[in-house]
Design a binder for this molecule. Structure first.
Ligand code: HAM
Length: 422
């Protein structure tokens, strides 16, 4: 029997690995420009950390968490998202002394969801949290950072949808209005939404059920219940986005799948595939819930796999030049290894290919995407030379020349500078 990866979990390698790290690198570069510092929190947290902050009635907590009792009889959970762990870490490490603080993170998250294209049980997020600055400027700058990251990756086929969930007062009065509305349609709601009506009515607006969605389209709008302060706050965020030249669409039904949001909420959707590539918003109560001061935060996270999906292979920085060092027989391995070490010592990429016939070795070199083969046979060994075969370069492909062994370094450097200037 063959071993399988756990359903909904993927091995990350080759071009996908390159793409993931390229995205992370770009995001971190831009994050640093905006003053974010990196934080790494454990993948495993006590279950409370997520349960309390994300909300019992959310799909994430009620259906999707990987929770188990560890050997010390403690309930622990594989993190389904990054925000809760970061806020926990800010409190645990007393970083509240340094507010406002901007932190970014990346890594695997776990949700026991139904796997399909773009939806996995282990996926990666790249997230940003700006804690301790409650102002529309912080919201607009966060959305603008998300926009800039996608633009820097050459991704343009997306739209930014934003909404406001208002403050506590707004949420209460809007909550009453939608309970009244949905109660009239209770019989037609899905089982899940009937339950939500009792416990967390706002969640119904987030339902994926078709019939629920139809009913939701007639529901009262949050914007009609915003108090003056929340309305002004959101208007200012929208004004700033316009000022920054960030295109956005208003989506009155965007409530997000996690309970901790208030005021600004946003998602970035691909125009090519379904599912959000990024989600975020402001959280007013989260820090306090973790025992910290009464400060607010704003943040967002990209789903790396969904961003990778939109990224062409062309963005992967190609290796400038790679050498294949090929001894014709075992007798030339010693000198070939010398060559290999000289290349590595000069910080150049080189593979040592010694198995099989010369044609098999050349095939391996092509498969490994080598640009130049450095072939050493008996004659070369006796004459202290190397036969150079150009394998990829458009002009020189197939051409062979002989160089003196002593010229190896200068030849390699010359060739690299030639390939870089192309
Ligand atoms: P979220 O919307 O739950 O927000 O997740 C953020 C992104 O993670 C989504 O937009 C999506 O791209 C990706 N994602 C979520 N679930 C999956 C999945 N099963 N497979 C693949 N990708 C997925 C959060 O997690 C918040 N913590 C974001 C945030 C940060 N809010 C404030 N600060």
């Amino acid at each position: 029997m063959l071993f399988r990866a756990v359903r909904g979990m993927k091995d990350l390698f080759d071009t996908d690995w390159e793409k993931y790290h390229y995205i992370v690198e770009q995001a971190i570069k831009l994050g640093k420009q905006h003053g974010y510092k990196i934080i790494e929190t454990p993948i495993l947290e006590y279950t409370d950390v997520f349960q309390r902050s994300i909300g019992d009635e959310t799909d994430v907590v009620s259906k999707e968490m990987y929770t188990f009792i560890d050997r010390g009889e403690e309930s622990v959970t594989l993190r389904p998202e990054g925000t809760a762990g970061v806020i926990r870490a800010v409190i645990t490490n007393n970083l509240v002394q340094n507010l406002p603080i901007k932190l970014m993170y990346h890594g695997p998250m776990f949700r026991y969801d139904r796997p399909q294209k773009g939806r996995y049980r282990q996926f990666h997020q790249i997230g940003f949290e700006h804690i301790g600055d409650k102002s529309p400027y912080a919201d607009a700058l966060a959305i603008s950072l998300a926009f800039n990251i996608l633009s820097s990756l050459g991704i343009i086929d997306f739209k930014i949808c934003i909404n406001t969930l208002g403050d506590d007062e707004t949420k209460k009065s809007y909550g009453k209005a939608i309970v009244k509305f949905f109660s009239r349609h209770k019989e037609d709601l899905s089982e899940d939404s009937q339950r939500r009506l009792e416990k967390n009515p706002l969640r119904i607006l987030d339902s994926k059920d078709n019939k629920d969605r139809e009913i939701c389209s007639m529901a009262p709008l949050m914007t009609d219940y915003l108090n003056k302060e929340s309305g002004n706050y959101f208007d200012k965020v929208c004004d700033l986005l316009k000022q920054f030249g960030i295109p956005y669409e208003l989506d009155n039904f965007l409530v997000r799948g996690l309970d901790y949001y208030s005021h600004t909420a946003f998602e970035i959707l691909s125009l090519k595939s379904s599912g959000a590539i990024c989600g975020g918003g402001r959280y007013d109560k989260l820090v306090q819930e973790f025992g910290g001061p009464d400060v607010s935060g704003i943040g967002f996270a990209f789903g790396a796999e969904r961003v990778m999906n939109l990224l062409g292979n062309s963005v992967i920085p190609s290796q400038k030049c790679k050498f294949a060092v090929i001894p014709i027989s075992d007798n030339e391995c010693d000198i070939a290894l010398q060559v290999l070490r000289e290349l590595h010592n000069s910080a150049l990429s080189a593979e040592f290919i010694h198995n099989g016939t010369i044609s098999k070795k050349m095939k391996i070199a092509y498969r490994l995407m080598c640009d130049i083969a450095l072939i050493i046979g008996e004659t070369e060994k006796n004459n202290q030379t190397i036969t150079v075969k150009f394998m990829r370069d458009n002009n020189d492909k197939g051409k062979m020349i002989t160089i003196d062994l002593s010229m190896l370094s200068s030849f390699a450097k010359y060739y690299i500078s030639k390939s870089i200037s192309k």
